[in-house]
Structure formats: C-alpha cells, structure tokens
Design a protein around this ligand. Structure first.
Ligand code: G6P
Length: 436
C-alpha cells in the first residue's frame, strides 16, 4: 500500500555523484515527507557509495531532518521495501561511456552518450540490467513505482514497459530546464510556466509556451530569433533565426546532433585531439573534484563543481513527480510514458516524451498529435531505430543490432554501421553477455 507520507525511496546507482543533489531536493520538498532513503550500488562502487552516504548524512543533519539514510548491496531486499525506486545506474561506469563516445568518432560519426551510435551502445549494456532489476521488483514489490533516469532514458523506459508489468515512468531534465529558464527570464513563478512539448527523449520540440495560461509562444520565438538575446539568455539554444522561423518551434538542444552532425563530429574530434577528451573524460575530471569535496568532513552544502556536472533541475523534476504520485496531487509534468494516442503517428506501445497529467494513478499523457510534417519523419525514423535497438538488447541478435544501427540517422552508411557494431561488440564484450 502506498503511504501518504513517510515514503521509502530506493536509489539504484546510489553512489552516483548526482545523489546529493537529489537528497537536497528531497530535503527542500515542501509537501513530501521521506522516511527512509536507501542507496543501492554494486560492491565495486563501495568507496563512492560510502563517500556519498556520509556526505548526504551531513546534509540531512544540517537540515535538521529525520530522514534515515541507509546503504546496501542487497538490491532485492531494498526493492522489497520501496515505495519509489529511482534508477540512475551506469553499466560499465564512465569508462564505458568514454568508449561509446570514441568508437563512432573513429568512423566520422557523432560520439554521444544518448544519441547516435554511442546511445545505441549504452542501450545494449543498460537494458538487460534494467530489465533484471524490474523483474525483481515485479516479484517482490509490484506496486512500487520505478522512476527511471538511466540513459538513454526513453529507450530504457520503453523496454521496462514493454517487457515487464511494473509501473514505470521515465524522466529527463531538459523539459524542466527549458521551462525554468523561461520563468527566470520573465521573472515569473516557475509553476506558472507550462510547455506544449512533444517528441521523444532528446528529440523533442516546444510547440507552445504558456504563462498562467496565456500563450506567449510568438514572443519567445521572436526573442530566440534575435541573436543579441538568444545566445546570451537561453543556453544551448543557439539556433539560427531562419531555423526557428521555419519550424515555429523551439528544438531540444540535442537536435544539434541531428541537424549539424558534421560540425559536431569536427568539434568532438578537436576536443579529443587537444587532449581534453570526450564529454565522459571531462565528466570524470569534474567527478574527481566533486568526490574530493564530498569527502571533506567540513563540506555541508552542495559544492560548486556540481554546476559543471550537468543535469540541472534533475532533482526538482524527480521531487515533483514523487509528490504527485505519493500525495495524489494532480500536476502536469513532461515525462517519458507509454504513447497510447498522444502522438497518433507513433505505435501505441512506444514511449514518448510529452506532458502528462500525473496523480496517484500514474501519468496519463495528454493528446499532442498530429505532429507537424517538419519533424514527424525524423521522430518516426528514430522511434523505429529505438524499437530495433531494444529488440537487439533483449535478444542479443547481431542482425537486429545491425538493422538498428543502419536505422540511426547519425550513422552515415551501412559500412560504418558494420564497423561500429563490430567494435562495440568486441570492446564492450564484458558488458554484453547476450551477444556472446
Ligand atoms: C542533460 C541530459 C541528460 C544527461 C545530463 C548530463 O541534461 O538530458 O540525459 O544525463 O545532461 O549530461 P553529461 O554529459 O553532463 O553527463
């Protein structure tokens, strides 16, 4: 039975550098009362989890909160006790991510954690582990909610909903970041801003922007078209005025990989050649700093280095979602959810990223279709790729894996697809037992 207050939260991947921010979000939550927070990780992550747990206990103590924070390696035991399970684990760690980013770059393709062939490799490693966890949850605690943050968030959530019976919702921080950025620019209450946004995780479009129900879309589009204001005020939204005009929508920042792959490859290669490495290499350095701060017994606030870690507002959206589900408090939140009829041009059982009405029953997607022709094809194309990737991750079929990569718009040719697949299966063999 779901409790009204005193919720029990389990974080899988609890030793992550993100955990303290989440704890802070829970401490600041106005309406939610958390009883127990259990961090779960693999034994290899013991050192990180211990550091994170000690730091989080200091944050809890400083806030004068009664939240009990526990750590365990007994995942099944923890799952059995949870009201909410938050997944943020990284199979193979950042070292595997660095490899995901480097392999496509060898062949002139985008090397990124979630989109392109890098996201494909991460999906192959992650989906079987997510399903194993979800099947455990199904057995020991089928009424718990699983809130997935693990990337690629849309594909992992689709795999969970398609292959298990658990209650799962996928989250990403991009929609809330856009909404909060607009609220800040307009100096209005963050809750006053709502977005008409549709698509897939990291492939979405803001079609409408409302403040207290008033449509301000054209105002924001004009603002973004003006080079004086756009670049300075909305990070990652450096779109050409003509592109904004042609679409009449604000694209998710990840669209830069789909529309400017050549430039992105060039930039990524330059970073590697200059010795700075890929994004994973940079994140590893930031994490070293972060863990040094977390380890410091004097540290009782979130360190400055967290600002450079990425994932802004991730805890805010997680807390909003948990509050709605736990307190049956109806709110519109943009989540990754089973499509149903929300986007009629996509299969009903695929996962889409759209606004949903969330309350104690779960997330019910709002009707968002039809999709404009300007972006419909790309979204359908990527959804077909995602479907094939999930099948490949589950079955371990090389043929399906190759078909998936050939369907990824960021893989330039069938020849490159074959080389990339060969390298992924060889270099990640330890993480891909389903292909053995
Ligand atoms: C964005 C994405 C997330 C990603 C986060 C951190 O907000 O939506 O999927 O996890 O950034 O990315 P980073 O490259 O800094 O690890």
């Amino acid at each position: 039975m779901m409790k009204i207050s005193g919720v029990r939260i389990v974080i899988v991947g609890g030793g992550s550098s993100y955990t303290p921010e989440l704890v802070m979000g829970l401490l600041e939550a106005q309406r939610l009362s958390v009883d127990t927070l259990t961090l779960v990780d693999v034994p290899a992550g013991q050192e990180k989890m211990d550091i994170v747990a000690h730091f989080c206990r200091r944050l809890i103590k400083k806030a004068g909160s009664a939240i009990r924070l526990e750590t365990t390696y007994d995942r099944k035991g923890a799952l059995a006790q949870a009201d909410f399970v938050l997944t943020q684990f990284r199979v193979g760690g950042l070292a595997a991510r660095a490899q995901d980013e480097r392999i496509p770059l060898r062949y002139g393709a985008v090397g990124q954690e979630t989109v392109g062939a890098g996201g494909f490799a991460k999906a192959l490693r992650t989906i079987p582990v997510a399903l194993e966890l979800a099947k455990e949850l199904e057995t020991v605690n089928p009424n718990a909610w699983l809130i997935n943050f693990t990337n690629p968030s849309g594909m992992v959530t689709q795999a969970l909903l398609r292959h298990t019976a658990i209650r799962s919702i996928g989250l990403c921080n991009v929609p809330i970041t856009i909404a909060r950025t607009i609220a800040k620019a307009l100096a209005v209450d963050p809750e006053a801003v709502s977005l008409d946004m549709f698509g897939l995780n990291h492939l979405s479009f803001v079609r409408g922007i409302y403040v207290n129900g008033q449509n301000i879309t054209s105002l924001v589009l004009e603002f973004l078209k003006n080079p004086q204001t756009a670049v300075a005020n909305i990070p990652d939204q450096q779109w050409n005025a003509e592109v904004i005009g042609a679409l009449g929508m604000v694209p998710n920042p990840y669209l830069q990989y789909y529309w400017n792959p050549g430039e992105m490859v060039q930039r990524q290669r330059q970073e590697v050649e200059a010795g700075r490495g890929t994004r994973a290499d940079i994140v590893m350095k930031v994490e070293q700093e972060l863990f040094a701060d977390y380890r410091n017994p004097e540290q009782v606030t979130l360190p400055e280095a967290l600002m450079r870690r990425g994932g802004a507002y991730y805890s805010a959206v997680a807390v909003m979602l948990i509050e709605s589900l736990a307190l049956n408090q109806r709110q519109e939140i943009i989540v990754n959810v089973r499509n149903g009829q929300a986007l009629p041009e996509l299969p009903e059982d695929s996962v889409v990223e759209v606004p949903a009405m969330v309350d104690g029953r779960g997330a019910i997607p709002l009707t968002c279709g039809p999709m404009p022709a300007s972006v419909r094809g790309l979204i359908q194309h990527v959804k077909a790729y995602e479907e094939l990737t999930i099948d490949a991750a589950v079955t371990g079929s090389r043929q399906t894996a190759l078909a998936a990569l050939m369907n990824n718009p960021l893989v330039p040719s069938e020849e490159v697809a074959r080389y990339i697949l060969r390298d992924i299966l060889q270099e990640h063999a330890a993480w891909l037992p389903q292909f053995a």
